[in-house]
Design a protein around this ligand. Structure first.
Ligand SMILES: Nc1ncnc2c1ncn2[C@@H]1O[C@H](COP(=O)(O)OP(=O)(O)O)[C@@H](O)[C@H]1O
Ligand SMILES: [Mg+2]
Length: 259
């Protein structure tokens, strides 16, 4: 049975897309079959990250509208990245019109979309043989992210050490994950290197996180200027496989495969 993992956060910009896309590549490189789907319809990113042609016929939006099957949306990147496992990407429509249409979806549509999301999970599992399905979601508590959380086995709540992100994450664990009784782990991203440079700094950081969060801490990833300096037109872990960022994701991949 395929395992579904959603990447979520209280606010945008915490690193969900960067982490989910590089992790999908690393998991496929390690030999697992993985599908990465864009459910952030208001700020779609995967089409840009993976250079998908805008002239294509179907997007994740069409799948949740019931206009196509999952196989018609997926882009197979296994050969491009020469991964041992199969790497499939489901991009959301990055065009303006699609983004504003997504913002107008009502509750009835969202209910149908949840049913289609669950059916898609079965199809990816049964027919396409994906072992792991990663969902790149929109931040906050809008319907599409709640759908993604409800349709997942595990959510990874990505937060920076910014107070607004931390308090937002705490609130979501209390008011959303507990209510739906969903499994969640916290991933701290963009930690400031000085917090991690000494044993004392690291101890203080872990203590603060333990006081804030009762759910498990998956990892702490530092902020790396190299990432900001590198072009987004390629996957960071592809060009920098031995960088500490890529190695940290390699450790996360191992944990998620066994989780
Ligand atoms: N650990 C990190 N170090 C440096 N820059 C990072 C790190 N994680 C994410 N970023 C950068 O932060 C920005 C927001 O990341 P993104 O993945 O688009 O966030 P989200 O999908 O949560 O909105 C991007 O420019 C990304 O490259
Ligand atoms: Mg994103």
């Amino acid at each position: 049975m395929a395992k579904v993992i959603a990447f979520h956060s209280s606010r945008g910009g915490t690193g969900k897309t960067l982490i989910a896309s590089n992790l999908a590549f690393i998991i496929a490189k390690r030999g697992r079959d993985v599908a990465l789907l864009d459910l952030d319809f208001r700020a779609p990113s995967l089409a840009t990250v993976f250079g998908v042609d805008e002239a294509r016929k179907y997007w994740m939006n069409d799948l949740l509208d019931g206009r196509c099957r999952v196989g018609e949306v997926l882009v197979d990147l296994t050969d491009r990245y020469e991964t041992r496992g199969r790497l499939l990407i489901g991009p959301a429509d990055p065009r303006m019109e699609a983004m504003s249409r997504a913002a107008r979806r009502d509750r009835r549509w969202q209910t149908r979309a949840l049913r289609r999301l669950l059916a898609m999970r079965d199809e990816l599992d049964d027919r396409l043989g994906s072992e792991l399905i990663l969902l790149d979601t929109s931040p906050g508590v809008e319907y599409s992210s709640v759908n993604a959380i409800v349709g997942s086995d595990l959510s990874i709540l990505v937060s920076t050490m910014d107070l607004l992100d931390l308090e937002g994450a705490q609130r979501m664990i209390r008011d959303l994950y507990r209510v739906f009784e969903r499994r969640v782990m916290v991933l701290i991203n963009k930690a400031v290197p000085h917090e991690l440079s000494s044993d004392e700094g690291r101890r203080r950081l872990l203590q603060e996180l333990a006081e804030r969060f009762t759910v498990p801490l998956l990892a702490i990833i530092p902020c790396y200027c190299d990432i900001l300096l590198s072009s987004r037109s390629t996957l960071f872990a592809l060009n920098h496989p031995d960088h500490p960022f890529s190695r940290a994701l390699g450790e996360i991949a191992k944990r998620l495969e066994g989780a």
